[in-house]
Design a binder for this molecule. Structure first.
Ligand code: NAP
Length: 256
């Protein structure tokens, strides 16, 4: 039986890459497409929608979302309320929103995934950084993305910071009398450590976690050079959420 997939944000950089991935997999069927500025009524027989409400009652199993931070929460709620298991790559969710969506998925007995990063290397970077933070509590996160990215810091940086918060004994870094001569020079403060966001044309998605200790340093880095790096994770997410009855936050929760 094929899994019927709707892709929201199908005209975007990630959404269009996800369309190609779904089309290339015999176990998946591209059932519907959503983008507010689409002018087509259908593409190769696949219906195109411009508002999510038009999908009430639509027959599909999974809702893939690569849209924009300001609409992703509403889209994910809508998917759960209408029987589509969400696989969401859009970033910018608050912790409260994720908790609400988890509760809604349990109530609806529907699987789902919100993954700030679908690349396996990024998942491993988060795991290694979390482990290292127990031994190296002094650290800084530097995330680097293309200059069209709307949210900062990245969802991956926030997720990394949240995982580190769980593992690392709290420590406020930097000198007591440290002074920013230009506002923002030390980056965003999260649980005593700093997150820096770099935006440049030519970049895709990259992250470093730099650890410093007495007389030694450790740098962990992951690079997504191409958006295809995310697609095996999206594919896995689609195939896993249909088997599950609750939404998880982070692809690592679906890896065995
Ligand atoms: P993008 O190229 O700007 O694509 C976003 C698309 O969503 C655009 O085509 C946009 O249409 C459309 N859109 C806007 N509002 C919508 C709505 N209400 N319903 C449906 N579609 C809507 O951005 P991108 O680079 O593909 O990134 C999309 C998201 O994925 C971002 O949040 C990014 O951070 C995230 N991302 C996640 C991962 C991961 O591994 N989880 C990896 C890379 C990126 P218009 O342009 O016509 O407004």
């Amino acid at each position: 039986m094929t899994i019927k997939v709707v892709i929201a944000g199908f005209k975007g950089k990630m959404g269009s890459t996800a369309v190609d991935m779904v089309k290339s997999d015999d176990q998946l069927e591209l059932a519907g497409l959503l983008d507010p500025f689409a002018t087509e009524k259908e593409i190769d027989g696949v219906p195109v929608f411009t508002v999510k409400e038009a999908l009430v009652g639509f027959e599909a199993d999974v809702w893939v979302d690569f849209t924009m931070p300001k609409v992703a929460y509403g889209n994910t709620r809508f998917a759960l309320e209408n029987g589509f298991a969400p696989v969401v790559g859009t970033t910018g969710f608050t912790e409260e929103q994720i908790a609400e969506l988890k509760a809604l998925s349990s109530e609806k007995q529907l699987g789902g995934l919100i993954a700030p990063n679908f690349a396996i290397g990024a998942i491993l970077l988060m795991e290694f950084a979390t482990k290292a933070s127990k031994y190296f509590p002094d650290l800084e996160i530097i995330e680097l993305h293309h200059d069209k990215k709307k949210d900062a810091p990245s969802g991956t940086a926030i997720k990394t910071a949240e995982l580190i918060r769980e593992a690392r004994a709290f420590k406020k870094q930097g000198a007591e009398d440290e002074e920013e001569l230009i506002t923002g020079a030390r980056g965003a403060e999260f649980n005593g450590f700093r997150i820096h966001s770099v935006r440049l044309p030519g970049l895709v998605a990259h992250q470093e976690v730099i650890f410093g200790a007495q007389g030694e340093g450790l740098t962990l880095r992951h690079d997504s050079y191409d958006r295809s790096s995310f697609m095996s994770g999206v594919n896995l997410g689609i195939k896993e959420v249909v088997k599950r009855k609750e939404l998880v936050y982070g692809l690592e929760n679906l890896l065995s």
